[in-house]
Every structure is written in structure tokens, then in C-alpha cells.
Design a binder for this molecule. Structure first.
Ligand code: AHR
Length: 501
């Protein structure tokens, strides 16, 4: 068996982990909203029509913030359609997903759902078909206390207290040719600058996320970021990154190495921000919002056959297997390794649409394989991320060069007196022995080693068999004389938890 070693020290920190890196995303797309979070006819529906079984899973995940309402959807969305009496709300063609939107759920319903889920809302404004005017009115409707046209309209809709949404996306993927109202970097940058100014004039407490490139493979990356930030650097607080991976060629080793590319992406965007900072002689360091990340490819072929203008069609319903869960685990580790710059991240998405939680219309809800690494990060990966030195055997990848068999990071929650090691064994055939020198942690003991594995890397959970892939505890993990030894099964996700005696 091969051995990998890691070391990390209490004072050698990458940075504070912003809890918002465990955010997620609900878009008006497919069955995310309708028959996902909202299904008034469902046996578990509450008084507002929200599925309690779904809410239970979301609360289990401890999702601190949920991005809404898009995604591509937001670029053609009129927020006014989704407020006021339900029976007067218009039915619209959603041009992004070519579906029917009834507007039965809008901003006020979503805010109510998020409260029940113990989550904040990350709201988005339409930069495709709209701009400054709609954005300022929307902020006034949501966040102003009252006594003005739009805040009084909210009050007339029965919402006396303002929502006080703190975080806002300035559009979505505006560099993408598929985007309704796509823009050049100069067009977008100018609009972002002026819209940000006006939105902050309405509510100076809000934070704003400018659109970065929709993927690092875009031809315009990273010039897009540089041009956009040249226009709006001082007016915005974050720039967005989006990244989806898929194993389209059946090359598991390459698929598992993709997180190395994700780290390059983060480093390049951070460097581009710092270039503009230097150019502008600015004192501000811009932070990153990785507000879409996941595996997405299983449903692509099926989605091309979907009939137009359906209400809540089953779109983007990837059913995830074990290897997808490992890639999600590696991606989450990548986010933690850059906790000093990545302050927001949203697993895209949360329910039914490329999601950790799935539902049947009228039936059960279940956890997909990717639910588990996301859960473990969110529940155990709090505090600070520690600089974790990894020394491991490598394999050669045509794109990424030497890729270590072990992907790992440690986190330290000082208040809870816990240390957590997140680790993926990328080896397809063999277990890996993990050794860690824990002498800098003399009072700590192993409290648990959680493993997610399966003999079949394509194993999935389904409505009928929801527990095929689920974590279990491993009891052979030992800590003797400050030396930790753990066995990481082939192709596995591992969480080694240590706590102070
Ligand atoms: O998450 C699904 C879609 O992926 C989003 O709507 C869009 O922003 C991205 O291309």
C-alpha cells in the first residue's frame, strides 16, 4: 500500500472560512422551485405550500445562503411579476430555459422559504433585458423600510418588515452568447458600475457581486475580468466564478484531477483582481464569489429532447454516482484551500436541478451521492483553513501534469476545539495509507473517521434505493505518539475528525 503524508500547524493559516462558501442556489428552472421546494399538493406541504421533507434536508445541510432566482433565468425576469396577489400574476415565457413560468413563487415567497431553511438570500438583478431602473426599484421594494412607492407596495403585499437582503448579483454570466441580453465586457462593466452606484444609493449596506467569466474556458477569460473591473472595481465587492465538470470521455483519473484546474482558475481571477487593484492604486482587495460549482453532464443529452414551454419540466436532473461525489469533494477542498479569497460559493444547485436533493412529484425526497461531501464540509469545515502540506505519490495527467493521489485540506475550529481533515483518495485500484504528524496538536484525539466509498464507482442513489451510497464510520484510524494513521479506501471521500480531550 502506498503512503501519503500531510502536515499542518495551528498558526499556519490560509484564512478564515466564510460560512457563505457553503451556500447553494435555487433557480426558476426545471423542478427546482415548482415540485422541488414548492408543491402545495404534496402530503408534507406546509401552510405556505413548501415541502417539509425538502426543508428538513436543506436544514440538515446547514446552507447559510441561497442564490435566487437565477442563473440564466434572471436575465429575462421581471421581479414585479412575482409579487402581489397570486391570481393576478402573469404567466410568462422563460426564454432562458424555454419553459412556462407561472410566477406562483416570487421574491416574498422565496424569502419566507429561506427563513424556514435558516438561510439568507443572495438576490440577483436582471442585466439582460433590464438595468438601472428595475434594479433600484427592486432594492427599494426589498430593503427600504416604508413610506415610498416601492416599499409601500411591499407593505401592501403583507410584508411589513423589509427583507434586508445583503448580497446581490449584478446579473448572471453576461459574457455568455447564450445569455438573454449578453454584453461585451465594456458594455457590462459600465452598466455594472452605474447600477452598483444606484443600488448602493438606495441601500448602502448591501454588497454586490459583478459577473466574471462563465467558465475559465471562455475565449474572453481573463480579459473579461480585467475589463469589467477596470470599470467597476471600486463599486463592487466580489467577482463571480462559475465551473462545472463532467466525465464525458470516461476518464475517471482526469475527471478527478479537474479540481487542479479549478484552483488555477481561482488563482488567475485573484491575480487579475490584484492587477486592477494595483493599476487603480486601490486599497481594496476584491474577494471572490464562486457562485456556481458542481458536476453537470449526465442530463445533457436528455435535456435536448425536452418539449418547449412546459411548466416545471424535469431538466438538468443529473443522477450522481460515487465518482461525481469525489469530484465534488475535491472541488470543495479547492474552495477551502483558497479560503483567504473565496468568501462566497454556491453549490449549483440545491433541489432537483443538478442537485444534492431530489424529489418525486407527490412522492419521496432523497439524498444524492454529492449530498455527503457538501454536508460534511458545511457541518465540520468551519473556523479557519490550515495550510496543509501534502506529500503523496502522483499520476500523470495530460492537462494537469503530476496529480497527487491524495487531495486534502485541514480546518481548525478554535471555538469548538475541533480539527477536521478532508481527504480524497484518487487511486482507482488501491487504498492509500494517510499519515499525519499531529505533535503540534498534543491534546487532540480522533473522534471519528467518516468514509464515503462503494465497490462500483458508478453506483447511485435513487428514489427506490436511496441509501446505496452513504457514509459509514471507520474504526481503524489511530493516533499514537502524535502520529495519525488512517487507511483511505480506493476512490473514497474521507473526513477525519479530531477533538480536544
Ligand atoms: O446552473 C444552471 C445554469 O448554469 C445557470 O442558469 C447558468 O448561470 C449556468 O450556465
Amino acid at each position: 500500500m502506498q503512503t501519503a503524508r500531510i502536515s499542518f500547524y495551528p498558526d499556519n493559516r490560509i484564512g478564515e472560512i466564510d460560512p457563505r462558501i457553503y451556500g447553494s442556489f435555487i433557480e426558476h428552472l426545471g423542478r427546482a422551485v415548482y415540485n422541488g421546494i414548492y408543491e402545495p399538493e404534496h402530503p408534507t406541504a406546509d401552510e405556505d405550500g413548501f415541502r417539509r421533507d425538502v426543508l428538513d434536508f436543506v436544514r440538515e445541510l446547514r446552507v447559510p445562503i441561497v442564490r435566487y432566482p437565477g442563473g440564466n433565468f434572471v436575465s429575462g425576469y421581471n421581479w414585479e411579476d412575482g409579487v402581489g396577489p397570486r391570481d393576478q400574476r402573469p404567466r410568462r415565457l422563460d426564454l432562458a430555459w424555454r419553459s412556462l413560468e407561472t410566477n406562483a413563487v416570487g421574491v416574498n415567497e422565496f424569502a419566507a422559504w429561506a427563513r424556514k431553511a435558516n438561510s439568507e438570500v443572495m438576490m440577483a438583478v436582471n442585466f439582460g433585458t433590464r438595468g438601472i431602473d428595475a434594479a433600484r426599484e427592486f432594492v427599494e421594494y426589498c430593503n427600504h423600510r416604508g413610506g415610498t412607492k416601492w416599499s409601500d407596495l411591499r407593505i401592501s403585499h403583507g410584508i411589513r418588515e423589509p427583507h434586508r437582503f445583503q448580497l446581490w448579483n449584478l446579473g448572471n454570466e453576461m459574457d455568455g452568447p447564450w445569455q438573454v441580453g449578453a454584453k461585451t465586457a465594456d458594455e457590462y462593466g459600465r452598466l455594472a458600475c452605474e447600477t452598483a452606484k444606484v443600488m448602493k444609493a438606495v441601500d448602502e449596506s448591501i454588497e454586490l457581486v459583478a459577473c466574471g467569466s462563465s467558465a475559465r474556458t471562455m475565449d474572453t477569460f481573463p480579459q473579461w475580468e480585467a475589463t469589467v473591473l477596470d470599470h467597476c472595481y471600486e463599486r463592487v465587492d466580489y467577482i463571480s466564478l462559475h465551473q462545472y465538470f463532467g466525465n464525458r470521455t470516461g476518464d475517471t483519473r482526469h475527471f478527478l484531477a479537474e479540481s487542479v484546474g479549478m484552483e488555477d482558475f481561482i488563482k488567475t481571477v485573484a491575480a487579475t483582481c490584484d492587477f486592477i487593484k494595483a493599476k487603480k492604486r486601490s486599497k481594496k482587495t476584491l474577494m471572490l464569489s464562486f457562485d456556481e460549482w458542481n458536476v453537470w453532464y449526465h442530463s445533457n443529452a436528455q435535456d435536448r429532447k425536452i418539449e418547449l414551454w412546459q411548466f416545471a419540466p424535469a431538466m438538468l436532473e443529473d443522477i450522481y454516482n460515487l465518482e461525481d461525489a469525489l469530484v465534488v469533494g475535491c472541488m470543495m477542498i479547492a474552495l477551502l484551500k483558497h479560503a483567504d479569497r473565496v468568501k462566497i460559493a454556491c453549490l449549483a444547485q440545491l433541489v432537483n436541478v443538478i442537485a444534492p436533493i431530489m424529489t418525486e412529484n407527490g412522492g419521496s425526497a432523497w439524498r444524492q451521492t454529492i449530498f455527503y461531501p457538501y454536508l460534511h464540509g458545511s457541518v465540520f469545515g468551519r473556523g479557519v483553513a490550515l495550510r496543509t502540506e501534502v506529500s503523496a505519490p502522483c499520476y500523470e495527467d495530460s492537462e494537469f501534469g503530476d496529480v497527487p493521489l491524495l487531495e486534502a485540506v485541514a480546518t481548525f475550529d478554535e471555538a469548538a476545539e475541533t480539527v477536521t481533515i478532508f481527504a480524497v483518495n484518487r487511486d482507482l485500484e488501491n487504498a492509500l495509507r494517510l499519515e499525519a504528524d499531529l505533535r503540534p496538536w498534543p491534546d487532540y484525539r480522533v473522534s471519528e473517521h467518516i468514509v464515503l466509498e462503494h465497490s462500483d464507482k458508478f453506483a447511485t442513489n435513487t428514489a427506490g434505493e436511496p441509501q446505496t451510497v452513504q457514509p459509514h464510520s471507520c474504526c481503524e484510524t489511530a493516533l499514537n505518539d502524535g502520529q495519525l494513521t488512517a487507511i483511505l479506501p480506493k476512490l473514497s471521500w474521507n473526513v477525519v475528525r479530531l477533538s480536544r480531550r
